[in-house]
Design a protein around this ligand. Structure first.
Ligand code: PLP
Length: 422
């Protein structure tokens, strides 16, 4: 077969883009070569519907072993007793949980997308908002943080069947214990979607949702630094609370309902090449090297937040406990769109983001979200965060000055060459 140079040239271009720029998108990271090797392996050829030891296809002896290793390592990493490593993505993991735990039309209570939540937590444009009855809690305008008494008030008013915590753009830790009290008070299940900070949680740098939440979902490609994918975890299995049955009328434990929520509920054949890559990433995340990495991610974010604040940028909630921060650009007379475009011109990648109580559209926004997971993998340390904020500040101040932007871009490119990637 002729090599597809059109596609491979574009992949080379993307590799160069990643190498020459400063990657600050909070949901991105750089996996190790061995994670990519597993993801690009012959395992992509294999069908394996079902679970290890219980497949609908022959020839699964090897993938059974691989998937079992991934499950065991996921459990070890998070102190869980049950894991499903098959979700193709974070959205798929959430879809499987919703399908397992809820009936169509059930009320759910999630963190508002406009305040930093995720589409899969009840947005009207997503399955979660179309098939269920979504309600939301948010942050306080003055503090930028969640007032748990208000979450309780809302839960008492709407009586959700499931409360969802976790976010895409919330820089503070979560009070899972308080949320569990609220969930118990209204008879709801508590789902924590820890997609963003899961690497920091796995290594004990943030509160542990598994201590209190019935079910936990995460992506595997953000701070966890694995391949793109999803994961569902439980510390303890439990009887399903509402007598939910399988189509055959059998009452099953939650673990079994969740497995069925993934397959056959929302997915077909698992991606065993990605599951192998997850297994490799989980082993990496158990290492001392990764522990140093997550500590540095947190330190870098904290230094970066302080530097932004000292230059007059307004960070929602005033700072960060994790790897990211959401910056309100209104006092700088900038929109998120302009910031994203300007920084793109100097090879600094961020994303525009709505801020709580934003009056601009999601295509324009008043804010930008930045995170330190990727630059920390690249080897950047605290003093480098100060330099990054300086580059960002200069670029934003000179957003209409193409000559100055070209100068900043070459500074960025010359600097990044010093941090080899792949
Ligand atoms: N949940 C949260 C909190 C997220 O931030 C994201 C992705 O950004 C997802 C779920 C969805 O993950 P994926 O893009 O893998 O479907």
């Amino acid at each position: 077969m002729k090599r597809d140079s059109l596609v491979f040239n574009l992949i080379d271009q993307e590799e160069n883009r990643q190498k020459r720029g400063i990657e600050l998108i909070a949901s991105e990271n750089f996996t190790s070569k061995q994670v990519m090797e597993a993801a690009g392996s012959v395992l992509t050829n294999k069908y394996a519907e079902g679970l290890p030891g219980k497949r609908y296809y022959g020839g699964c002896e090897v993938v059974d072993e691989i998937e079992q290793i991934a499950i065991d390592r996921a459990k070890q990493l998070f102190g869980a007793t049950w894991a499903n490593v098959q979700p193709h993505s974070g959205a798929q993991a959430n879809a499987a949980v919703f399908l397992a735990c809820l009936k169509a039309g059930d009320p759910i209570l999630g963190f508002d997308l406009a305040h930093g939540g995720h589409l899969t937590h009840g947005s009207p444009v997503n399955f979660s908002g179309k098939l269920y009855e979504p309600h939301f809690y948010g942050v306080e305008e003055e503090t930028g943080t969640i007032d748990y008494d208000k979450v309780e008030e809302k839960a008492l008013a709407v009586k959700p069947k499931m409360i969802i915590c976790g976010a895409s753009a919330y820089s503070r830790d979560w009070d899972y214990e308080r949320l569990r009290e609220i969930a118990d008070e209204v008879g709801a299940l508590l789902l924590a979607d820890i997609s963003h900070p899961s690497g920091l949680i796995a290594r004990g740098l943030l509160n542990d949702p598994l201590d209190h939440c019935h079910i936990v979902t995460t992506t595997t490609h953000k701070t966890l630094r694995g391949p793109r994918g999803g994961l569902i975890l439980m510390r303890e299995d439990f009887d399903n609370p509402w007598g939910l049955t399988t189509p055959k009328g059998e009452i099953r434990k939650m673990s079994s309902l969740l497995d069925m929520g993934v397959f056959p509920g929302t997915q077909g054949g698992p991606l065993e090449h990605i599951i192998a890559a997850k297994a490799v990433a989980f082993e990496e995340a158990l290492s001392d090297e990764y522990m140093h990495y997550v500590l540095q991610v947190k330190k870098n974010a904290s230094v970066m937040a302080d530097e932004f604040v000292s230059r007059g940028y307004q960070i929602i909630s005033g700072g960060t406990d994790n790897h990211l921060m959401l910056i309100d650009l209104r006092n700088k007379n900038l929109t998120g769109k302009l910031a994203e475009e300007t920084l793109g011109k100097v090879d600094i990648t961020i994303n525009k983001n709505m801020v709580p109580f934003d009056t601009k559209s999601p295509f324009v926004t008043s804010g930008m979200r930045v995170g330190t997971a990727a630059v920390t993998t690249r080897g950047l340390k605290e003093q480098d965060m100060i330099k990054i904020v300086d580059l960002i500040d200069r670029a934003l101040q000179h957003h209409a000055d193409e000559a100055e932007l070209a100068k900043i871009k070459s500074e960025v490119n010359d600097w990044m060459v010093q941090f080899p990637l792949y």
